[in-house]
Every structure is written in C-alpha cells, then in structure tokens.
Ligand binder design. Structure first.
Ligand SMILES: [Zn+2]
Length: 271
C-alpha cells in the first residue's frame, strides 16, 4: 500500500478564518493589520491492493467561471496546470475511472471540486453533510462555501454515493484504511481517514476538522469558519486522543508549515 500526497495549489486568506481572533485589536494596537496567510490545497491517493482510494477532490478547475464572486475575493485560489487534481493523477498514470473509492472529508468548495469525475467510485460522505448540502441547494438557500456548481456537477454525473450514517462511528473500508465519522463541527458532518502503513507508520488525515497545528497547540483555538463550535471542540479532543492511542501522525487540512515537510506525489510516497 502506498500513500501519495497531491499538491493541488494554494489559497490566500485572512488568518482570522483559520484561527478566530488572530491578530485581534487591543488598546495598544487598535487597528492591527490584517494578516493574509497562504494555505495548501491538497488531496491524498492511496494505492491499495483492493483498488485506488482518493481522499478529497480539491477545487473545480473552472473556478473562475463557476464560483460565486465572493470566494475569489475572500480566498483567491492559485493553481498551475500540473497541480490540477486530474493532472496529478495522470502523472501517476491513473485515470479517474480507475478510482474505486472516494472519501470526502466534507463538501466545501476546496474539497469537492472534481468529484463529478469519479463516476465509477463509491463515494463516502457524512450523511448530514450530504443531505444538508443537497437541501440547501434544492431550496436555493445561501450555501456560503458549499457552492451550487459543485452540486450541479455531481448530481449530473450520477455518482454512487454512500452516506455514512450517524451510528457508523468507524468504517474499515479496506485493510489498513478506516473512516472516522466525526459528525458536525467545521461543517455539517465531517469524515477523517486513518491509513496504517507498515513502513511509514499510521497517518490520520484530519482535513478541516483541524486546519493547522496552531488550532490544537498549545490549546484548542477554533477557526473563524465554523458550523458547530461545541462539535468542533469535541472532534478535536477525539482526534488528538485517537492519534495518541493509535500512534498516528495527524495531517492537518491546510497547514503550510507541515505540508512543506511532506513528500509530494512528484517526489515519492509513504508506504
Ligand atoms: Zn478546506
């Protein structure tokens, strides 16, 4: 089994979205400068004897045309041709039709962009995330960072969704690969993925359940983008406890400092 880290570009945004109250005003500094922070957009590919497993699907390559205008202003996306997810897979000689399983951490715009390409895969998504996103879409409600075009594309593609229900806390989807159903927190419903590798050790892909190391160390500092703050804290405690107990290295959702230290798919893999 091999775990590849796919670099799919970067976004830049106000740091207070990542850590609420970052650089807050004080009487000493009444008008602090806004801190802009660059964050990685990444996905993971597992080359498993039972078939390819993809964790998250990055951003829509036609984002300039399809995204609501506020996203480009709030968190502009920068990506080169070689960083696009389908090109990253092609560099590994993998066609999207060959992906057998997709696990979606959640359906936000920077995670669900290419989902419609994986028409042969079984797609695991938290049930609440799936139903609430579809409900908002059908009722034409404000969807914020779940974008209507992503939903349109995946509905049109006739994908094979497998909602992960509330009572399914853990799902071993292949030997050494386990979904952790985190419930609500960062979004309506989050999934994480544990990957146990014989040589490189155990990884816990936390995605946006923990954006940055700074969100958990030295204590819990929640992000500014949050659906359920109590759920978020519960999730963080669960993930950090799980990682300790199962000897896992947590891979954060958007931590540039950590991302810089990882072996990317163009350089090698974890096994
Ligand atoms: Zn994200």
């Amino acid at each position: 089994m091999k775990l590849y880290v796919l670099d799919n570009g970067t976004e830049i945004l106000d740091k207070s979205y990542l850590v609420a109250g970052a650089n807050s005003a004080t009487t000493d500094c009444k008008n602090p400068d806004i801190l802009w922070q660059e964050i990685p957009i990444h996905t993971f590919l597992i080359d498993h004897p039972h078939g390819y497993i993809l964790f998250d699907t990055a951003c829509d390559p036609d984002f300039r045309k399809n995204w609501p205008a506020f996203i480009e202003k709030q968190s502009p996306y920068m990506v080169s041709e070689e960083q696009l997810l389908l090109n990253r897979l092609e560099q590994l000689h993998i066609r999207p039709e060959e992906i057998r399983t997709v696990v979606m951490s959640h359906l936000h715009v920077d995670h669900a962009g290419n989902l419609s390409a994986f028409s042969n895969a079984q797609i695991y998504v938290n049930d609440e995330e799936f139903t609430t996103t579809l409900r908002q879409y059908a009722l034409r409600q404000d969807m914020d960072v779940h974008v209507p075009s992503d939903v349109e594309h995946f509905l049109a593609a006739g994908l094979h969704f497998r909602p992960v229900l509330k009572e399914e806390a853990f799902l071993e989807i292949a030997p050494g690969v386990r979904i952790l159903n985190l419930g609500p927190g960062h979004s309506f419903g989050m999934l994480a993925l544990e990957v146990r590798l014989p040589n490189s050790g155990n990884f816990l892909l936390a995605a946006d359940a923990i954006y940055l190391r700074e969100n958990i160390e030295p204590s819990i500092s929640p992000p500014g983008i949050l659906y359920d703050s109590a759920g978020y804290r519960k999730t963080v405690r669960f993930l950090t406890g799980y990682a300790r107990e199962h000897n896992c290295r947590i891979l954060f959702g958007h931590d540039m400092e950590q991302f810089d230290t990882l072996t990317k798919s163009t350089e090698g893999y974890y096994d």
